[in-house]
Design a protein around this ligand. Structure first.
Ligand SMILES: [Zn+2]
Length: 138
């Protein structure tokens, strides 16, 4: 079976910038993404406590991009055709935008459970940029 790493362990060991770090409001406890600015719940500007989410959540809105992607996504679109994007409400409550992966984006619906995974997003100036995408959970 080789070096199996469970998804939660793998997720916890990722570099911080790939973990969708959330800001937890010290006044009301709500989570904001990204962890900067004012609290989405109570508008408090007190310093956030950084929190790492589990990386799971639910699709609250989504669409499929079939053309007219920004230039950095042009190659992706050429290789893979249409791609899905969604706003995911993490189980911690913060809403995060991201691309969908490992699925036919037209089948992803509001309310579907998804988990965050790190994937190649695009290549620019010879450097591959990675980021978080969401894939449907069984
Ligand atoms: Zn708050």
């Amino acid at each position: 079976m080789g070096a199996y790493l469970s998804v939660p362990s793998w997720w916890r060991n990722l570099d911080g910038r790939y973990r969708l770090e959330l800001g937890q409001c010290p006044d009301c406890g709500a989570h904001t993404f990204p962890a900067e600015g004012a609290c989405v719940e109570c508008n408090s500007t007190a310093d956030f406590e950084t929190v790492e989410p589990e990386g799971t959540g639910e699709v609250v809105a989504g669409t499929t991009i079939t053309g007219g992607a920004p230039p950095e996504f042009a190659d992706l679109q050429t290789q893979e055709g249409s791609f899905g994007v969604a706003v995911v409400e993490l189980d911690e409550g913060a809403r995060v935008p991201g691309m969908l992966t490992d699925c036919d984006p037209t089948t992803v619906e509001r309310g579907d459970r998804v988990e965050a995974v790190v994937r190649r997003i695009y290549e620019q100036e010879g450097i591959v940029r990675y980021g978080v995408k969401f894939r449907p959970m069984d």
